[in-house]
Design a protein around this ligand. Sequence first.
Ligand code: 3HC
Length: 315
Amino acid sequence: MSNTIEELEKQFQEKIDNEIKIEPKDWMPDDYRKNLIRQMSQHAHSEVIGMQPEGNWITRAPSLRAKKILLAKIQDEAGHGLYLYSAAETLGVSRDQFIQWLHEGKAKYSSIFNYPTLNWADMGAIGWLVDGAAIVNQVSLQKTSYGPYARAMVRICKEESFHQRQGFEIMAKMMAGTKEQQQMAQDALNRFWWPSLMMFGPHDSDSSRSSLALKWKIKRETNDTLRKRFIDKTIPQAEFIGLKVPDPDAVLQPDGSYKTGPIDWDEFWNVVKGNGPCNKQRLDHHKRAHDNGKWVREACIAFSEKQDKRKVIAN
Ligand code: 3HC
């Protein structure tokens, strides 16, 4: 006799509670599947859209070494997007569907990528802050309950530390440079600090997804816990090279953590809702690139179908 829904849900939660990974073929609550489809595909979109602000500076890198590092990083981000789309597809949704939801505005990507990159210091700020924030979030996600997602995170995290270090190196070099370079680096920090804190999502009390995500161990720690971990490790890094975070309320506490000022959640939701400086540009670029790449996808499919036919004939 087949299990009732209640028994299945009970067995599912016991696996979660006992740290047994949920695999694609396992029974799972519809809402667990839906939450993961949403989060994982949006994570993948973020990796791919995130290539645009940095790609903007490949032709203008200040040296061959800087150009090679930036190219390697952007190539990594493309790979992260592909891992995550592949992991998300195990939940029963096609990549084409993910891309369609993105183009229709039904899927999100991280708000941070809707800000412009105005000069080379922004490459440093993005690597140091954005990848630094992503590392804090993704190290925690290595323990997420869905097997394919957890394994993708382990692989991605190995590359993220290079991303964060090369960004910090750019900022350190500029702070050791001319007055103008120091002002550029400080200006980049001023523009990217708050949007980087927003990457961790709304405050726990305003996070619509967190309670179930924590019960099902999709999330292992709350938005605010991760944001605080990022703040506490990043402010000393800024001060070490002579930068100052643009938060007059940032104060070091006796326990070594920082008390910080309020985040502008109106700005956050305004950007999330599509009214950021670059939302339209990012999506238009993605649509154009997707359309321009149609022939490549068709050629790959035609080739693989031909190969399959050959195999059938050969057998
Ligand atoms: N940008 C856009 N939307 C955001 C957001 C942000 N920074 N933070 C939260 N949101 C959205 C959520 O998607 C959710 O909307 P939805 O229900 O329509 O999807 C809503 O705001 C409420 O937020 P919640 O905190 O309740 O939602 P989540 O539980 O999904 O938590 C999250 C948000 C912490 C971003 C979580 O989704 C997560 O950990 N995602 C995986 C990590 C990720 O996507 N990182 C993006 C950056 S990737 C990156 O930087 C790569 C690096 O290599 C450059």
